[in-house]
Ligand binder design. Structure first.
Ligand SMILES: [Fe+2]
Ligand SMILES: [Fe+2]
Length: 239
């Protein structure tokens, strides 16, 4: 298992590990490293990927400098290795929404997490990340996204999940592949809030969509979020 690195925005690196057997055409598990005075990792990967992901980080910076660990929600690919990273980086701390901390992370983290209010910003020193609660979008009560304001990068987790081993950044449409991914995995918790949440994210006018499974996108980002919202609204209307 090897993890590739690619800079998708200024000092924001995608770490990508392909698991060929996870889906037809293969399936990528991506983490994102924000290089700043206080470096932040978005997604840890599952515990089994810790050796490969930590080795990839070490190619970019000393692992022990890691200050923040963040992720979209509680699942093993999002945060399975969080305690391994807490052990490897003595000043690191998990940062998540207050609800996720209360329900799960206060208990699961080996060091106490930082509780974030909806809209709260962490100034990383050279980068600024805004925490946004997105309950049940795409799934899980404690779901959230993170928006890096200096580059306009939206760390959107499982949103736009698609299969294959495409480029780190693609100019191609990602909405069609995302809907094919939805048809394959049925991973989204469709609710009346789904489309409204996606439209609110579009209003951020992100310049890069950092996608956890598949290629990231730096073109027509707001339009892609609106089109995804339209598609989920149509699906909900037929339920
Ligand atoms: Fe997930
Ligand atoms: Fe995921």
């Amino acid at each position: 298992m090897s993890t590739r690195t690619h800079e998708i925005a200024d000092r924001i690196f995608r770490l990508s590990t392909l698991v060929p057997e996870a889906a037809p055409g293969g399936f990528t598990f991506n983490q994102f490293l924000v290089l700043a005075d206080e470096p932040l990792l978005f997604h840890t990967g599952p515990r089994a990927m810790f050796p490969a992901v930590s080795e990839a980080i070490a190619r970019l910076m000393p692992l022990e400098r890691l200050r923040w660990i963040a992720f979209g929600h509680l699942e093993s690919d999002e945060c399975g290795a969080m305690n391994a990273f807490l052990a490897a980086a003595p000043h690191a701390q998990v940062a998540h929404g207050a609800l996720g901390c209360m329900v799960s992370l206060d208990d699961l983290c080996d060091r106490a997490p930082r509780r974030l209010a909806d809209g709260e910003v962490i100034d990383l020193g050279g980068k600024r990340v805004r925490h946004l609660d997105t309950p049940h979008v795409p799934h899980n009560w404690e779901a959230r996204v993170l928006f890096e304001e200096t580059t306009g990068t939206l760390f959107c987790g499982d949103l736009f999940t698609h299969t294959g081993d495409g480029p780190a950044l693609t100019d191609s449409d990602i909405v069609g592949p995302a809907l094919a991914g939805e048809d394959l995995f049925h991973y989204s918790a469709l609710s009346p809030q789904t489309s409204a949440t996606l439209r609110a994210l579009a209003k951020l006018e992100p310049r890069t969509l950092a996608v956890m499974h598949g290629s990231s996108s730096a073109v027509r980002c707001g339009e892609s979020l609106e089109r995804l919202a339209d598609a989920y609204a149509a699906r909900l209307s037929t339920c």
